[in-house]
Structure formats: structure tokens, C-alpha cells
Write a protein that binds this ligand. Structure first.
Ligand code: ADP
Ligand code: ASP
Ligand code: MG
Length: 411
């Protein structure tokens, strides 16, 4: 039997009625002759609520217990989806991550998938089951405990299943009808893309376009999964949505194809550190050991042998970063005057594979922001992206101005 993976995000399973609508869509694929693996997220808002409970209970929480709590949202929707399908006379049952078992690394709250055995679910398909409903976002670690894959991780569950089961397609159903040139919530001028290259999607995702989790795009690229993003709210044809595909399948590319914004960044500055060989290692080694994901780094000009070191990290890792740096200072491994955390910033990025061959993108970006009176605090570039940190209050303005400047509303 041909096999499909269909993933329904939080808003697509937010109520029993929405679950019924999603189940009907699954039923249609079963009627068309497919075996289906359905990956579900928690009902929308549920994971945020659970994360809130954990953070209120313990600021520097034990990630194993965080996983025990936050994985529960998907357990509920998997069971409800299976029940809904059964009510429609579609043979279905649910699987929690550990029942598959979806094996992951031990990195609780940010685990990576290591293995998905297919025998268990395939055996049920051969007995006549038509739909396997799998709780997204969760797995089991080598310690035998529940793990989660990081926020948005159900996308990654879906792509990993599509790869493991060699599915014909992996369809990601969400609350927008595809991938846009920027978050359609920020500007009505955002344009839906018919296709986007894996590399561009990878950058957009990692720079804040949460429509797909970064890791899911990485996996799709590596295993050549036919990955599509489409709306669970509208009736759509087989060609609908956005196809994430290889660069060769895109005929022509503009210098910039998308703008991403992330409000979940913080800028941290270590004031007055000794400017000596090994100083960067003394700072970023302990941060990495503490599980802080450092992104941009800037070292200021040094004066009298001392300098300021600035870096960005996710806003929810600020406390962790401060603790790691203060600990190492106490042990004598690092000397600085103070740490200043600016949690009122946003990262704005422009992305495009065309940047490799077209120049002037950075100049245009900086001029556009300057014309709007937006001050740039930190800059980072790669072959196909330019990112800046700005005051968070300018997020919308910066995205809209850049979207206009690079004429992204035009195909
Ligand atoms: P789900 O719950 O289905 O996983 P998410 O909220 O994780 O959905 O992702 C969908 C959201 O991603 C959209 O509602 C949209 O606001 C946001 N988004 C950000 N950037 C983009 C983009 N470039 N294209 C489409 N959606 C985007
Ligand atoms: N429910 C999880 C989250 O909100 C996983 C997901 O929806 O992809 O992050
Ligand atoms: Mg998501």
C-alpha cells in the first residue's frame, strides 16, 4: 500500500470539531487507497500552558521533568484523533512516542531522533489497520525516560516518520496555506510561495519563521522527503500549498526570497573582560556546556587590554547563561565586571539563495533600516542570509520595510 504522513499542528486540532475536520481529511486519503500515519500536535495553547507550569515551579528546571510534563499535550490529541477516526469507521489506533518506540538522544527538551523502528506499526497495517496516529514532539531517551524534540518538534516527528516509512509525501497541515515570503501575520503583502528551496527554508526556519521546525527541514533535505505545507482549514487540491524542494527545481531565484523575524532573542554583553588568547573559549565553552545556544557574537575594540563581548541567545536561556558565566567567574576561570542582558531585542533576517551571486543586499538592508530610523545593534551574515538585532518594538516596521524594499510581494 502507498503510505502518506499527515501532520496536524496545534490550531488544526484545537477543538473536537477541528479534530473531526482533520479526521475527515485523513479518511479521504484512506478512501483513495493510502495507509496513513497521522502525527498530531497538542491542542493550540496547551504546550505553552504546560511550559508555564514548569517555569513557575522551577526556573532552572530539570529537563527530564519538563519533558514529562510538556509531552502530555500530544498524548491527549493522539487518543482523541484515533477515537474520532474509529467513530468514522476508519480502523485506527494511537501510539505514544515510547510505544513506537521513537528513540532519541538524551538531550532532554532538545532531543534528536536516532531511530524509528517500523515493524510495530507495519505489522498493524498488515492486519488491516488504516491509520496510525502518533503523538508528535516526543520520544524515549537511552535513559528510558520521555524526551521532547524542542518547540515545534511535531514537524520533525512527521518528516522522520516519512523518511523511515518511505512515505510518498509528508503533508504538514497548519493555519496558513503555505510558506510565505514573510510571516503573513506581520504584513498583508506577504506572498505565498509555490516552491521554496530546502536551504532557504532551513534559514527561514532557524531565523524565526516557525511554520516548520528547522530540524524537520534538515531531515527532509537529507532523506529527500517530499515535504509540503498546506492549510487544514481550506479545501485544497493535490497541488496546493508550498513544496519544499531541491534548489535545482527552482528555475530562477531573486537575491532575497524571504524575511524572518524572531522575538525570542536576547542580547547579552560581558562588560570588561580581559582581551587575551583563549578568552572566547573561556566564555563560550561553559555556555555550550550549560546548553546555551549562542548565535551572533561580537567582540568590541579593546582598550587597555580589556574589551566587551556581546552575544545573542534565546531569551529563555538568559538565566542559564548568567548562571554559567557567574559560576565560572567564581571559580576564577573568567574575569568580567558585569553581565548586561538586553531582552528587548528582535532578530530580523533576509534570506535568499540568489545572494550567492548577487551583491548589494547588505547595503540595501542597512539603508532601508536606517531610512526608518531603526538602529542596528548586531550584524551576522552567511552565504544566503543577513541578520540584524534591533529593538523589539521595531519588529513589524523592519519586516514591512524590508519586504517592500526587496519587492517580495512581486513574483
Ligand atoms: P502549527 O501549530 O500548525 O505547527 P505554527 O504556529 O507552529 O503552526 O506555524 C504556523 C505559523 O507560522 C503561522 O500561523 C505564521 O504566523 C507563522 N509563520 C512565520 N513565518 C511564516 C512564513 N514565512 N510563512 C508562513 N507562516 C509563517
Ligand atoms: N506542541 C509542541 C509545541 O507547541 C510541538 C508542536 O506543536 O510541534 O511546541
Ligand atoms: Mg509548529
Amino acid at each position: 500500500m502507498p503510505l502518506l504522513v499527515m501532520k496536524f499542528g496545534g490550531t488544526s486540532v484545537a477543538t473536537l470539531d477541528r479534530i473531526r475536520r482533520a479526521a475527515k481529511r485523513v479518511g479521504r486519503e484512506v478512501a483513495a487507497g493510502y495507509d496513513v500515519i497521522v502525527i498530531v500536535s497538542a491542542m493550540s495553547g496547551e504546550t505553552n500552558k504546560l511550559v508555564g507550569f514548569v517555569e513557575e515551579t522551577s526556573q532552572l528546571y530539570d529537563a527530564r521533568e519538563y519533558d514529562a510534563v510538556v509531552s502530555s499535550g500530544e498524548q491527549v490529541t493522539a487518543g482523541l484523533m484515533a477515537l474520532t477516526l474509529q467513530e468514522m469507521d476508519v480502523p485506527a489506533r494511537s501510539w505514544q512516542g515510547w510505544q513506537v518506540p521513537l528513540k532519541t538522544t538524551n538531550a532532554h527538551a532538545a532531543a534528536r531522533i536516532e531511530e524509528i523502528p517500523t515493524d510495530n506499526i507495519m505489522a498493524k497495517f498488515s492486519e488491516g489497520m488504516k491509520v496510525a496516529v502518533v503523538a508528535g514532539f516526543q520520544g524515549i531517551g537511552p535513559d528510558g525516560r520521555i524526551t521532547t524534540l524542542g518547540r515545534g518538534g511535531s514537524d520533525t516527528t512527521a518528516v522522520a516518520f516519512a523518511a523511515a516509512f518511505e512515505a510518498e509525501r509528508c503533508d504538514i497541515y497548519t493555519d496558513v496555506d503555505g510558506v510565505y515570503t514573510t510571516d503573513p501575520r506581520i504584513t498583508g503583502k506577504a506572498r505565498k510561495l509555490e516552491k521554496i528551496a530546502f536551504e532557504e527554508m532551513l534559514e527561514l526556519a532557524s531565523l524565526g519563521a516557525k511554520v516548520l521546525q528547522t530540524r524537520s527541514v534538515e531531515l527532509a533535505m537529507r532523506y529527500n522527503v517530499r515535504l509540503r505545507v498546506l492549510s487544514s482549514f481550506e479545501e485544497q487540491s493535490d497541488e496546493a500549498g508550498t513544496l519544499i524542494c531541491a534548489e535545482e527545481d527552482i528555475v530562477e531565484s531573486k537575491a532575497v526570497n524571504g524575511v524572518a523575524a524572531s522575538r525570542e532573542e536576547a542580547k547579552m554583553t560581558l562588560i570588561s573582560v580581559a582581551d587575551r588568547p583563549g578568552i572566547a573559549a573561556a566564555i563560550f565553552g561553559p555556555l555550550s556546556e550549560a546548553g546555551v545556544n549562542v548565535d551572533m557574537i561580537v567582540q568590541n575594540i579593546s582598550e587597555e587590554g580589556r574589551t566587551d563581548m556581546t552575544f545573542s541567545c534565546p531569551i529563555n536561556q538568559v538565566a542559564r547563561a548568567e548562571k554559567a558565566l557567574n559560576d565560572i567567574k567564581e571559580k576564577g576561570g573568567l574575569n568580567f565586571r558585569e553581565i548586561v542582558a538586553d531582552t528587548d531585542v528582535a532578530k530580523i533576517s533576509v534570506v535568499g539563495i540568489g545572494m550567492r551571486s548577487q551583491s548589494g543586499v547588505a547595503a540595501k538592508m542597512f539603508k532601508t533600516l536606517s531610512d526608518e530610523g531603526i538602529n542596528i545593534k548586531v550584524i551576522a551574515t552567511s552565504e544566503i542570509k543577513i541578520s540584524v538585532l534591533v529593538d523589539r518594538k521595531y519588529t513589524e516596521l523592519a519586516v514591512q520595510a524590508l519586504h517592500d524594499a526587496f519587492e517580495l510581494e512581486k513574483a
